[in-house]
Design a protein around this ligand. Sequence first.
Ligand SMILES: C[S@@+](CC[C@H](N)C(=O)[O-])C[C@H]1O[C@@H](n2cnc3c(N)ncnc32)[C@H](O)[C@@H]1O
Length: 269
Amino acid sequence: MPEKPGAYPPLHHAPVMNSFSNSLVSSSVPLVAGTGGSSSFELSSVAFFGRSLAEYARFFSLDFEALRGCAVLDVAAGPSAFTAGAARLGVRATAVDPLYGCSPDALATHVRLDYARVVARMRERPESFRFKSFESIDEAERDRRAAAEVFLADYEAGFLDNRYVGGALPRLPFADAAFDVVLCAHLLFIYERLFDYGFHLAACRELVRVSRGEVRIHPVCGPDGRPYAGLARLRADLAADGIGSDVIRVDYEFFRGSDTTLVLRREMT
Ligand SMILES: C[S@@+](CC[C@H](N)C(=O)[O-])C[C@H]1O[C@@H](n2cnc3c(N)ncnc32)[C@H](O)[C@@H]1O
């Protein structure tokens, strides 16, 4: 983990938004969508679906003691409990998502609709999961709904406090090297059919731009649980930019094949 910063840097260039949009639907995230029609665990649009602090700790291999006082950015954060929970542990956590800026009621509606469609898809394809972290889909659903409640309870105050910031890859509203650690879960690779290779490369470069330490991206598989097909090319293109990468195995796997995390860092010249 990176050393603690001496001073808290300005977090981002974006104008501070202190009022909510009345809009329910973000232009980049379709709200109403059917479940995927393929044989893999594929969704036909990005879901506003989130996980608990404990899940983040496991799939990103986080040491909260080492992160105390560090500035951590969660990208594509959704309705996850990470930012609220990490802040309570002394981490200076910020979350960014294209849907932040919607009203609390609108986000609660996104949660209601998207949880229904994701859980329905999970029940259609139980063979896509390993029942070690959770004993059943029911247990995973309860845990993730609880995580969404933690997020919803924190969202309004956190948005006004600029801890929840509206923004989307591949262009984030933050200064270069603004964060010690940058996290991104369940957007890249897993929706590989919705985002082309160019988007993945631009997104990785952007995550590295806003980090002065590490970037961690989880999982490194597509919706079929196989490693992302463009991974070797992506790592080679990033290396040509001076960005080093490692794929680390993590002590977590619910969705089959999702037990790895990609770590990126700018190499010293
Ligand atoms: C499945 S959720 C993941 C939430 C959380 N990171 C987790 O792992 O539990 C994916 C999130 O990506 C957001 N999203 C969609 N397009 C995005 C983009 N271009 N840049 C950043 N986030 C995006 C969605 O709004 C949604 O909240």
